[in-house]
Design a protein around this ligand. Structure first.
Ligand SMILES: NC(=O)C1=CN([C@@H]2O[C@H](COP(=O)(O)OP(=O)(O)OC[C@H]3O[C@@H](n4cnc5c(N)ncnc54)[C@H](OP(=O)(O)O)[C@@H]3O)[C@@H](O)[C@H]2O)[C@@H](O)CC1
Ligand SMILES: Nc1ncnc2c1ncn2[C@@H]1O[C@H](COP(=O)(O)OP(=O)(O)O)[C@@H](O)[C@H]1O
Ligand SMILES: [K+]
Length: 511
């Protein structure tokens, strides 16, 4: 499913009217009717319902006028509130229709807003701002939104909750908290990213008759099952472990032994042929027997951290690898940096860089240019903080516009970037996918290490970087969502996300 920015939606809208010739009022009529239909479906009989419709001066308000007209057919207690008569030409048509019908239309001012608090509306329709919101919400607009949020009514937002930026999902000063949002044709970015997605309540996407061919060049999509390439998950009977690749997980330290195990274990549980774990010798001793499928590669360490010299002694094994997963729990030492430099200079195999791999990358100019020049496929898996270190900006800047941050990282290193959060963004700098699965039970140390293991296994099974990233992110969060069916967000563990991958794989392959 495509996800659009306000600019993209406006262009499509313009083409539909100017080039294809569908009049704007027809689209507005369809949009307003869709909102009415949804209300009717939810409430059934509206006869005794007290309804308020708040309409701004743009076309979002015009949709509200249309909805109001249909609601007037169902209830005698429908009240329309406007911010002024200077509305867009299409909206004006429907405002006039309401006037002709003798509808109750009140212009909002301080007094009217105060009086709203005495009225007990059952249903509120928010048609204040849609994709045309350009600046922070203030004054009367702010007061009305505050009223809506204080009311006990069931709130419908048209297109997007007013006050949410449709390009980022951020709140521009104040925003409506809706129970349900009816958006048209395609979700907007602000309907999908937090906090906007939360303020939408239940999101409904309605077709209002804009030809779909107009969206064909849009590059951003929700990561749905239909977007996954499942081809390489199928195994011919006549096959052997060599067909599924050898992954070298370079991870772990005295301080974070678990990170390496989670990563390597997720990797073997996601289908790689052989998984070698390069970790400090003292950790490896304790891992023995507990994780029999992982081939343990004890590396000489100093103060619990793998050393560059120790790593080089494993050259013979390193040469056999097909994929490297680098960084989980390594610590940000000079040794970590030296090892990564060595890998980027001497290997040309797919690499996944996570955690401390990203942290040393952020600090080293040499690593920046080596990674840019590295020709094999590369996947970077930062969370917001790691991304901000790489980009040299504030973490809030990443959070404000994660799609742009992911694109920037992807372009800078010519890599696939998996920017992790409650709405993980995947991009190869051309296409963008937003993951909408997963739950707060994943907000726990170790969840990211699991993802690194899964994505490495996808690379070793022959997927290209973008397909590997999409499949891994999907399976990872689907596994956590399946766990949530019987557990709680508090009790989900990263190691259980690994165990539960069985069911996630089955659902992806068989359903
Ligand atoms: N796309 C489609 O396919 C279709 C779209 N449709 C609908 O149209 C909607 C988009 O309509 P739209 O472009 O007229 O913008 P909209 O959101 O109504 O607001 C613009 C108004 O708000 C004002 N304004 C902005 N920020 C402000 C602030 N902070 N505080 C105060 N004022 C502020 C701005 O003023 P200005 O910035 O010009 O001063 C302008 O007056 C879309 O979301 C959907 O519902 C359907 O009808 C059919 C098909
Ligand atoms: N609230 C949430 N909803 C969905 N997914 C989440 C949420 N919080 C975290 N995640 C996912 O969990 C993982 C956390 O990774 P990361 O922050 O690197 O953790 P760690 O480094 O401790 O392993 C990411 O894949 C992220 O997308
Ligand atoms: K709205």
């Amino acid at each position: 499913m495509y996800v659009l920015t306000s600019q993209q939606m406006k262009e499509i809208d313009k083409k539909a009217t100017a080039e294809i010739g569908i009049p704007e009022v027809v689209l507005m009529e369809n949009a307003g009717f869709c909102v009415f239909e949804e209300i009717k479906k939810d409430f059934g009989c509206l006869k005794d319902k007290k309804i308020a419709i708040f309409c701004g001066k743009g076309n979002n308000g015009g949709d509200g006028f249309v909805t109001a007209r249909y609601l007037l057919e169902e209830s005698k207690d429908v009240h329309i509130f406007i911010f002024g008569e200077e509305v867009t030409p299409s909206s004006k048509v429907f405002l006039q229709v309401l006037k002709n019908l003798g509808a109750d239309i009140q212009k909002l001012n301080e007094e009217v807003i105060t009086s709203l608090y005495q009225k007990k509306f059952d249903i509120v329709v928010d048609g204040i701002f849609g994709i045309g919101l350009t600046r922070d919400v203030e004054g009367l607009y702010k007061q009305v939104i505050e009223y809506i949020n204080s009311s006990k009514a069931y709130v419908y937002s048209i297109d997007i909750p007013s006050g949410v930026c449709s390009d980022t999902g951020k709140i521009k000063g104040v925003a409506v908290k809706a129970n349900k949002t009816i958006t048209f044709m395609y979700p907007k970015v602000g309907n999908i990213l937090y906090p906007g997605t939360h303020l939408c309540g239940k999101l409904i996407v309605k077709d209002i008759g804009i030809p779909k061919v107009l969206a064909e060049n849009v590059n951003t999509k929700v990561l749905t099952k239909e977007e996954l390439n499942l081809e390489k998950l199928y195994r011919y009977p006549d096959t052997h472990k060599g067909d599924y690749g050898k992954v070298g997980v370079v991870a772990g330290s005295k301080f974070f032994p678990g990170a390496s195990i989670l990563c390597a274990n997720a990797c073997v549980k996601s289908g790689c042929g052989l998984c070698f774990l390069f970790s400090p010798a003292e950790n490896v001793v304790t891992h023995n027997f507990r994780y029999p499928e992982i081939i343990l590669m004890p590396v000489e360490s100093k103060d619990g951290i793998v050393t560059f010299e120790g790593f080089k002694k494993k050259e013979e094994f390193l040469q056999k690898l097909d994929v490297i997963a680098f960084g989980c729990g390594l610590t940000q030492s000079e040794e970590t940096e030296k090892i990564l430099i060595h890998i980027l200079k001497n290997f040309q195999i797919p690499i996944v860089i996570d955690a401390d791999g990203l942290n040393v990358l952020a600090k080293s100019e040499e690593l920046h240019s080596l990674l840019r020049e590295y020709e094999a496929c590369k996947i970077l898996t930062p969370h917001y903080k790691e991304a901000s270190r790489i980009l040299g900006c504030d973490v809030d800047d990443v959070a404000k516009n994660p799609i742009d941050a992911a694109l920037e990282i992807s372009k800078r290193f010519d890599c696939v970037c998996i920017l992790k959060s409650a709405r993980t963004i995947i991009t190869d700098s051309h296409k963008v996918f937003i993951n909408v699965l997963g739950n707060p039970g994943m907000a726990k140390g170790g969840s990211g290490d699991v993802l690194t293991g899964i994505v490495s296994a996808m690379l070793s099974q022959g997927y290209d970087a973008l397909d590997a990233a999409k499949l891994a992110v999907y399976l990872h969060s689907l596994s956590a969502d399946i766990l949530l069916e019987r557990k709680t967000v508090q009790t989900i563990l990263p190691s259980e996300i690994i165990e539960n991958l069985d069911i996630a794989f089955r659902r992806v392959i068989e359903d």
